[in-house]
Write a protein that binds this ligand. Sequence first.
Ligand code: P5A
Length: 441
Amino acid sequence: MRLSKYFMPILRDDPKEAEIVSHKLMLRAGMIRQESAGIYSWLPTGFRVLKNIEQIVREEQDRAGAIEILMPTIQSADLWRKSGRYDDYGREMLRITDRHDRDMLYGPTNEEMVTDMFRAGVQSYKDLPRNLYHIQWKFRDEVRPRFGIMRGREFYMKDAYSFDISAEAGRHSYNKMFVSYLRTFARMGLKAIPMRAETGPIGGDQSHEFLILAETGESEVFFDRDFYDMNWSEFEIDYDDVGKVAGIVDEFTAKYAATDDMHDVAEYEKRVPVEKRLSGRGIEVGHIFFFGTKYSEPLGCIVQDETGQSATIHSGSYGVGVSRLAGAIIEASHDESGIIWPEAVAPFRVGLINLKVGDVATDAKCDVIYRGLNDVGVTVLLDDKDDRAGAKFARMDLIGLPWQIIIGPRGLKDGVAEVKNRASGERENVPFDRIINLFAD
Ligand code: P5A
């Protein structure tokens, strides 16, 4: 992409309305635009990040055996009346009446709809287990939408729903999602600590939230320092191996970690030695629930079991805050100059800076490198705008692409470009003929 033909409205100053760093940086880098309270448009660079996050989430859901579907954002109130949540959900639910005076709503979540879909399509225990997921916009009329897309009213969620013949089988489905979440967040460069959690309006008896630590997090968290020494990255796992999957869950739940809602001071002090007690604030990027027959019972989601008897299906639901993650990653990865994108989610991998736009030789060299990188599949943003060098450097640092390649008349004489790593700040002069290979995988 050429910056001169792109749409990335950069703000020079910190926007007044933004209280936390991710919100500030997303606005300044021209990633999002507020349309109403808690409702945002995603501008081109923001949209690319959102899609990258979504794709990682999708790949890890697929790997864990979940099957992708797409349900609508607008739902009929009927099923919610059957489950009893139409009244329970209160004012957080955006209620709509259609032209025939039918009660509709903008879905805050999809337990009812997916349970009814599964009920209609399933016949026997042989059709189990299954896990259906979608990645779709949700709406919750939060009392206090704030922190930009971090607590929006409209937000993008991955929600998966498991269906099993028994509570015991359901436990394995829950565990698979637990492990897939560790993998998902690790791929984005995040250590999201699983913590026991309350189940709130979703319900059920077992639940974990996945939180990443950040000063601006909304929850207070208490945990064992040992989490830092755990293996966060290598979960090469056979999801059909019930014992191994449970083993990883046991390992990550053996250590104390709880949000303030669930914090038990006596247990904390008993289980965690003083020198290992850590507390701080966290951002919830995922939340998983096992609620058994809470929805399948009122919605009649029943199958014939092996003995020919009717059995009510056991279910769980598993959410990832896809849009929230864009902000959460920035909270975890930035410096005073701007965002530092992990490669896996960066809007472009490389920012190519032309220091002397209009100079024939510099323009030509930038063009060659630009096309060469594109040819080998490296995403690159070419800064071909006619600005001062200082402004170009500041803008590139602000938007946080992992690599910068800087080309100007001085380097041109020596046949080199300067390559800068945004995260470490390290710079190296690299001969032009080695640049493409440096980035080609
Ligand atoms: C699980 C999937 C559920 O809704 N039903 C389907 C269950 N869980 S949850 O915890 O309420 O939400 C799942 C994740 O969505 C993100 N999230 C939000 N992101 C931005 N703005 C919001 N207002 C918002 N509310 C929830 C969180 O990451 C949460 O873990």
